[in-house]
Design a protein around this ligand. Structure first.
Ligand code: IMP
Ligand code: MG
Length: 190
């Protein structure tokens, strides 16, 4: 029997889809394969930057073949609407001892670079053996701090996107694709 997918009313808030659900699925598989090859035979610790990286990490992990452990770190950039202001606040509530461990830092998007460079610095200060970064999206045009991720899903233009873990004012994280909201849904909140 054919199953129909539940409809998500908030999909109607999108002006356009930038990355479809199918494109995400294919790219996540390819990234996992690349990471599997790089870490073959190595013990790996994945550090997800939550909340944004939650959905991406969940999908990526299920295709990773190395023996691994998972921990999360919380970062927030005090977003007011679509503009991140100042330095990110990192809440270091890591449970695992990461000293001497090979780490894969996973986030939803690399934007100004402030968050990932601060998190990476923190992880290195805790004596990680190595830290590589994997992001689903990269908005290169927005970079303020020099930072490059070793594994990148998609380079995207300088537009504020939602879906697949990414939010606008904590909404839209559950959309299965990545898209740009209609202007009226961004307005009045910045
Ligand atoms: P940074 O500017 O590289 O420090 O990125 C900070 C955080 O801002 C990211 O981890 C995301 O959570 C968020 N962010 C940046 N760009 C977008 C976007 O287009 N949509 C949703 N969240 C974003
Ligand atoms: Mg984030």
């Amino acid at each position: 029997m054919a199953r129909t997918k539940p409809t998500i009313p908030e999909l109607k808030h999108l002006d356009h889809v930038l990355v479809s659900e199918t494109a995400i699925r294919r790219r996540v598989s390819a990234l996992a394969e690349q990471i599997n090859r790089a870490y073959r035979g190595k013990d790996l610790t994945v550090i997800a930057v939550v909340n944004g990286a939650l959905i991406f990490t969940a999908d990526l992990l299920r295709q990773m073949r190395s023996p691994l452990r998972l921990d999360c770190i919380r970062a927030s950039s005090y977003h007011a609407g679509t503009a991140a202001t100042g330095k990110p606040v990192i809440i270091d509530n890591l449970k695992l001892d990461i000293a001497g461990q090979h780490l894969l830092l996973v986030d939803d998007i690399l934007d100004t670079g402030n968050t990932l460079s601060a998190v990476k610095e923190l992880l290195l200060a805790k004596k990680a053996a190595s830290v590589r970064t994997c992001v689903l999206l990269d908005k290169k045009a927005r970079r303020v701090v020099p930072f490059e991720a070793e594994y990148v899903g998609f380079e995207i233009p300088n537009e504020f996107v939602v879906g697949y873990g990414l939010d606008f004012n904590e909404r839209y994280r559950n959309l299965p694709c990545i898209g740009v909201l209609k202007p009226k849904f961004y307005s009045g909140t910045v």
